[in-house]
Design a binder for this molecule. Structure first.
Ligand code: HAM
Length: 450
C-alpha cells in the first residue's frame, strides 16, 4: 500500500465548523475597516526576493532564516533566473504595489487592508505555523497627505481596540484578572535617531557581550536592537541596564510620540510604554507596537504587531511615502476566541464554533421519489432555506437519526405525498407532524427559523 500523504509540516487544513469562526472574524474585520475608510488590496503571494531583503532587512530572522526562496527557472538561455520568495509578510508587498501603481501621485492618503496567507519557515508550535494568516492594514501617502501625522498612529490603534471589542475580546482589567488584551508601544526613533542609538548600544554591549547567551552575542554583532527583546532569563539584568532609545530621540520624534500617547488617552485606549519593544523588522521608525493576549496563546502571545515605516518606500526605490500599519495573526486570534468560548467568556465565538442545524432534511421514500425530492430541495433552497436531501435507498430507521443530527425538520416524501403535491413535515424537537402542500412548505419552514 502506498504511504498516506499529509499536509506539509507547519501547515494545516481548516475545516468546518471552525471555518465559520474564521469567516465571522473576517466579516467583522471588513466591517470595521470599511467604517475607517479602508479599501482592500490583494497582492501576489510570490514576490521578488529582493523586496524582502531590502524592505524587511537582510539581518532580520525573517530574511536570514525563515523565507521560502527559490530560483525560478529562466525561460530562455539568455534570461537570468529570478530569485522568488513566498511572502513572509505583506507590508513590503503593499508598499511595492503603492509605488508600482503610482498611488502617491493621487496626493491622497491611501488606506489599504488585506487578509491572506503568509509563509515563514519557523519551528512549528501552538500559535506558530509555516503558513499562517494575517489580517492587516496600512495607511500610506506622500507627506503632504498627512501620512506622518501622529493622528494616524492613534487612529490605527483605536481601530484595533474597536475591532477587538467587536470580536468580544476584552481589554485587560481587574475584572478579567488582567487576562484581556494589552497594548505595548514604543518609539524606535527616526532614521537619524536610530543609528545614534544603535551605536550607543554597540558601545554599551561591547564590555558585557561575553556574559550574554550565544544568541545574544551574535545579535550584539549583527543586529544589537534584537538583544532588547530577548527573553533569555540570565541576560535580563544586563539588558535592563542598556541605554534606552527614548534618550536618543530627537525633539521631533519625542513630540510625535507624545502626541500619539495624548491622542490614545483622548480616545480611551489603554497602553503601556515598553522602552525595550523594538520588533523584528528593520523598516520600523518612530511608533512600534504589539498587542499581547494570554488566553489561548501560550508562549506565542503576540496577537498582532505593527508600527510606522516612514522610509520603507525609499528603501525599495519609491518616492517618500511615510506610513503606518499592523498585521493581526489571524490563527492566534482564532485560538484566543476558541479559548474564550471554552471559558464561556464569548458566547459569540461559541455560537460560531458549533455547527448550525439546517432548516430541513428531505427523506424520499424509495428511489423513485429521488427526483421529486431534489426538485423540492431546489425550491426550498431558492426560497432561502438550508436543506439537505437524502437518498431513497435510506430506510426511515436510518433517515430519522441522520435528520435529527443535521436539521430541525424532517420532510418525508412518499408516493402518496408526491402524487398529491404534498409532503409530511416532522418537527424533530417536538415530534409534531403535519401534512402540507408543497407550496405552503417554504413559508412554514421560514416562519420556524430560530
Ligand atoms: P509581525 O510581527 O512579523 O509583523 O507579524 C504580525 C503578527 O503575525 C504577529 O504578531 C503574529 O500574531 C502573527 N505571526 C507572525 N508569525 C507567525 C507564525 N509563524 N504563525 C502564526 N502567526 C504568526 C508583520 O508581519 C508586519 N508586516 C506588521 C506590520 C504591518 N507593520 C506595519 N504594517
Amino acid at each position: 500500500m502506498s504511504s498516506v500523504l499529509k499536509a506539509v509540516r507547519g501547515t494545516r487544513d481548516l475545516l468546518p465548523p471552525e471555518t465559520a469562526l474564521w469567516n465571522h472574524v473576517e466579516t467583522v474585520a471588513r466591517s470595521v475597516f470599511a467604517r475607517y475608510g479602508f479599501g482592500e488590496i490583494r497582492t501576489p503571494v510570490i514576490e521578488p526576493t529582493e523586496l524582502f531583503s531590502r524592505g524587511v532587512g537582510e539581518e532580520t530572522d525573517i530574511v536570514s532564516k525563515e523565507m521560502y526562496t527559490w530560483e525560478d527557472r529562466a525561460r530562455a538561455a539568455s534570461e537570468k533566473a529570478q530569485s522568488l520568495t513566498l511572502r513572509p509578510e505583506n507590508t513590503a508587498g503593499v508598499v511595492r504595489a503603492y509605488i508600482e501603481h503610482k498611488l502617491g501621485e493621487t496626493g491622497r492618503l491611501q488606506k489599504l487592508c488585506y487578509i491572506g496567507p503568509q509563509f515563514r519557515r519557523e519551528r512549528p508550535q501552538k500559535g506558530r505555523y509555516r503558513q499562517f494568516f494575517q489580517i492587516g492594514a496600512e495607511v500610506i501617502g506622500p507627506p503632504s497627505s498627512g501620512s506622518e501625522s501622529p493622528l494616524r498612529d492613534a487612529e490605527v490603534l483605536e481601530m484595533l481596540a474597536t475591532l477587538l471589542d467587536e470580536l468580544g475580546i476584552a481589554r485587560a482589567s481587574a475584572e478579567n484578572n488582567y487576562k484581556g488584551w494589552k497594548l505595548a508601544l514604543n518609539s524606535v526613533g527616526s532614521s537619524t535617531d536610530r543609528p545614534r542609538y544603535v551605536a550607543a548600544l554597540r558601545e554599551a554591549l561591547a564590555p558585557v557581550k561575553d556574559k550574554l547567551c550565544p544568541d545574544n552575542q551574535r545579535r550584539a554583532e549583527t543586529n544589537p536592537l534584537r538583544v532588547l527583546d530577548s527573553k533569555d532569563e540570565n541576560d535580563q539584568a544586563i539588558i535592563d541596564s542598556l541605554p534606552k532609545i527614548v534618550d536618543y530621540l530627537d525633539a521631533e520624534s519625542k513630540q510625535h510620540f507624545a502626541d500619539v500617547l495624548a491622542a490614545l488617552d483622548a480616545c480611551g485606549v489603554p497602553y503601556t510604554v515598553n522602552p525595550r519593544l523594538v520588533r523584528g523588522l528593520d523598516y520600523y521608525t518612530r511608533t512600534a507596537f504589539e498587542f499581547t493576549m494570554e488566553t489561548g496563546l501560550g508562549t506565542q502571545n503576540a496577537l498582532l504587531g505593527g508600527g510606522r515605516y516612514d522610509g520603507l518606500s525609499e528603501t525599495i526605490g519609491g518616492p517618500k511615502a511615510p506610513g503606518i500599519g499592523f498585521a493581526i495573526g489571524e490563527d492566534r486570534l482564532i485560538l484566543t476566541l476558541q479559548a474564550l468560548a471554552e471559558e464561556k467568556q464569548s458566547a459569540e465565538a461559541d455560537n460560531h464554533l458549533h455547527a448550525h442545524k439546517l432548516d430541513a432534511y428531505i427523506a424520499p421514500l424509495g428511489t423513485e421519489q429521488n427526483a421529486a425530492a431534489l426538485a423540492l430541495a431546489s425550491t426550498l433552497r431558492r426560497a432561502g432555506l438550508s436543506v439537505e436531501v437524502g437518498d431513497g435507498t435510506f430506510k426511515m430507521k436510518k433517515a430519522i437519526p441522520l435528520a435529527d443530527t443535521l436539521a430541525r425538520h424532517l420532510i418525508i416524501l412518499g408516493e402518496d405525498e408526491a402524487k398529491a403535491g404534498e409532503a409530511t413535515v416532522k418537527t424533530l424537537a417536538t415530534g409534531e407532524q403535519v401534512r402540507l402542500s408543497s407550496s405552503e412548505l417554504p413559508k412554514r419552514l421560514s416562519s420556524a427559523k430560530p
